[in-house]
Design a protein around this ligand. Structure first.
Ligand SMILES: Cc1ncc(COP(=O)(O)O)c(C=O)c1O
Length: 338
């Protein structure tokens, strides 16, 4: 294997550039001595910690092996074969993939530029619509839908349609118009909130996600989940991650500062980059040749960004915001190419 392969830097999956928190590493080390044992059937302590953080009952929390597992459970068990899901065309591909793998139809609404306009979903809700998936912030464009627009959607559509808000990046959002989805859940039991330990908590490889929803929906999802799908190290790592408040705070302020730096520099270089509320930037190009050129230049330096072709989108890249030194390398490389 060439030396280069060892030097690549992942800027394609929106992981936390700080690496795991020291408290998480300590917990993993401590509990690694117990890996010969099964964990408890239900992640009781983790559920209790999450419930107390969000001021809900542990019965409103479904823990899963990453949010992917919950997305799949929702589509497999809450959407019947003859029913459909509805989402946007330039959003997280897992909704569409999961629908396809489960033989469910996925209807897509066009984006309004980089925005997910919830008003556009309303006329697409038909008799067979069972679940709407909204990534907020949206991956890959980094835009958000507001509290008022989410409330309006929930008030307008029939209450038998589930609204799944995937808030994988919610900890990074500082905009005041962002939804207080837990508040909305009290009024709208058809709302399901998805969150994860994979992003700001730096635990993508540990595979722990969770949903916050009505007790009824949580019970269904928990009963359908594979028995023991959450491993003890992931569980203990997630508990420790919740305790490391300082790591989360540092991650938020680092991201804000570096996002501002990258945006300013990319705009100075002539790119039209939209504001992002998450830990990544969406970079549109005039054509695929320009995009491929920048992708190749970065890849040669081991800076592996995400080509949006995997989302079915031409002419764009998504770049995870990283450490300052790496972000400067990105700008240096791109400036040399323009
Ligand atoms: C919007 C969104 N939801 C969910 C996930 C996956 O999260 P998890 O690692 O918890 O399965 C991602 C990962 O990139 C994401 O961007």
């Amino acid at each position: 294997m060439s030396k280069k392969l060892f030097e690549t830097i992942s800027l394609h999956s929106n992981e936390n550039p700080f690496g795991p928190s020291p408290m998480v590493l300590e917990a993993i080390k401590k509990y690694s001595q117990d890996v010969h044992c099964y964990g408890s059937w239900k992640p009781k302590t983790l559920k209790e910690k999450l419930a107390s953080k969000y001021q809900v009952s542990p019965n409103n929390i479904a823990v899963s092996a990453g949010s992917y597992e919950l997305i799949n459970l929702i589509i497999h068990f809450l959407v019947n074969r003859d029913e459909e899901i509805l989402t946007f065309d330039n959003t997280f591909m897992a909704y569409r993939y999961s629908a396809k793998r489960n033989g469910r139809k996925c209807v897509v609404s066009n984006m309004s530029g980089l925005e997910c306009d919830l008003e556009n979903l309303i006329p697409l809700c038909g008799e067979n619509t069972k679940a709407i998936f909204i990534a907020n912030p949206n991956n890959p464009t980094g835009t958000i839908v507001t509290h008022d627009s989410l409330r309006n959607l929930l008030e307008t559509i029939p209450s038998n349609i589930l609204v799944v808000v995937d808030e994988a990046y919610y900890e990074y959002v500082t905009d005041e118009s962002y939804p207080d989805s837990i508040q909305l859940l009290k009024e709208f039991p058809n709302l399901i909130i998805l969150r994860t330990f994979s992003k700001i908590y730096g635990l993508a490889g540990a595979r722990v996600g969770y949903g916050i929803a009505s007790e009824k929906l949580v019970e269904i999802l928990e009963n359908k989940r594979l028995l023991r799908s959450i491993n003890i190290l992931g569980k203990k790592a997630a508990e420790a991650a919740l305790d490391d408040v300082d790591y989360v705070r540092r991650s938020i302020s680092h991201n804000l500062k570096e996002r501002k730096y990258l945006l300013k520099e990319l705009r100075r270089l002539g790119f039209t980059v939209g504001d992002s509320h998450a830990n990544f930037l969406y970079l549109p190009f005039q054509n695929n040749d320009q995009k491929n050129n920048v992708y190749q230049i970065l890849a040669k330096e081991g800076l592996m960004v995400c080509d949006m072709e995997i989302f079915g989108q031409n002419n764009s890249l998504r770049i995870t915001i990283s450490l300052n030194e790496i972000n400067q390398r990105i700008i240096d490389c791109i400036s040399q190419s323009t």
